[in-house]
Write a protein that binds this ligand. Structure first.
Ligand code: C2E
Ligand code: CA
Ligand code: CA
Ligand code: CA
Length: 280
């Protein structure tokens, strides 16, 4: 057992070294990535109970020329740490707004659909956020009402007063607001009541075992009931199977996102998906 312990520790140390090497490498390349804009927005459809598209979530991809594809879960936290998240946020807003405005013009994107854009807590509280969004809207000509900003409950942690004020300002612009990963963050039932939000997104961790795990089912049911009581929409994430869909429908959740409907995909592929839907 002792032997195993030591090996485990050595392994752990090596692991940590690798992680920090990788980090340093990434830190340098992330600066370059921002200046050269090596980012691509992918689009994942959001669907209603009939399977119709109701919008998409913008999910960022970084194609590093040396190290290949780096997932957002890895570079977003790093970007926050080294102060690049605001530049990256602007890139996402500009790219997505321009793309969706073009699609609207071409008739690919339907009026009433929403493009969901992730905004991290740090980004959300930054004084330039509204100006950046405004720039993206004016430059693209996209109406504010086509945008849905996804924030997590954690925005309330640092400065809840400021966060509430920001939310109100965003809503005043006509932009929609969703709470992402609902149920996993800083639980704030106290605030939830007063939050100017349109939608709760049920975290995929509760959906994954929905069929077999009664406690996940109870949680999802509670979230749906709460959304109903607060008069906000509810969307389930991580819908991967027909069984997930059927279960959610029976629980009166009628909007979804997940591999069952489509993975996050490049813009060109999203156009194909929309065309296929229109053909039906
Ligand atoms: P998120 O906002 O919760 O996004 C949903 C994640 O779940 C995405 O991972 C998506 O690819 C994945 N997903 C969607 N459907 C399914 C499904 O049916 N099954 C499973 N297992 N997974 C599914 P992705 O694209 O790797 O993004 C990870 C996280 O990175 C996002 O989580 C979000 O927090 C962050 N992120 C992505 N793009 C941006 C961005 O532009 N700005 C900021 N601030 N964060 C971003
Ligand atoms: Ca999200
Ligand atoms: Ca989420
Ligand atoms: Ca997440």
């Amino acid at each position: 057992a002792k032997e195993t312990g030591r090996n485990t520790f050595a392994f752990f140390q090596q692991d940590m070294q690798e992680i920090s090497d990788r980090r340093l490498l990434h830190e340098k390349s992330l600066h370059r990535a921002v200046s050269k804009s090596e980012f691509e927005v992918y689009y994942q459809p959001q669907n209603d109970a009939e399977g119709a598209i109701i919008g998409a979530e913008a999910l960022l991809r970084w194609h590093d020329p040396e190290h290949g594809f780096i997932p957002p879960d890895e570079f977003i936290p790093l970007a926050e740490e080294i102060g690049l998240i605001h530049d990256i946020g602007s890139i996402v807003f500009n790219q997505a707004a321009r793309q969706v405005a073009k699609w609207l013009e071409e008739g690919v994107w339907q009026e009433g659909w929403r493009i969901s854009i992730n905004v991290s807590p740090l980004q959300f509280l930054h004084p330039n956020l509204l100006a950046d969004i405004d720039d993206a809207l004016r430059e693209s000509g996209l109406p504010a009402s086509a945008i849905d900003i996804e924030i997590t409950e954690n925005v309330l942690m640092a400065d809840s007063e400021l966060a509430l004020e920001k939310m109100a300002q965003i809503r005043k612009l006509g932009i929609h607001l969703s709470i992402d990963d609902f149920g996993t963050g800083y639980s704030s039932l106290k605030y939830l009541k007063s939050l100017p939000i349109d939608r709760l997104k049920i975290d995929q961790s509760f959906v994954r075992d929905l069929i077999n795990d009664p406690s996940d089912r109870a949680i999802v049911m509670a979230i749906i009931a709460m959304a109903d009581a607060l008069d906000v929409n509810v969307l389930a994430e991580g819908v991967e199977t027909q069984a997930h869909l059927d279960q959610l429908k029976s629980m009166r959740c009628f909007t979804y996102q997940g591999y069952f409907f489509g993975r996050p995909m490049p813009a060109a592929q999203f156009v194909e998906l929309c065309n296929k839907h229109q053909a039906h």
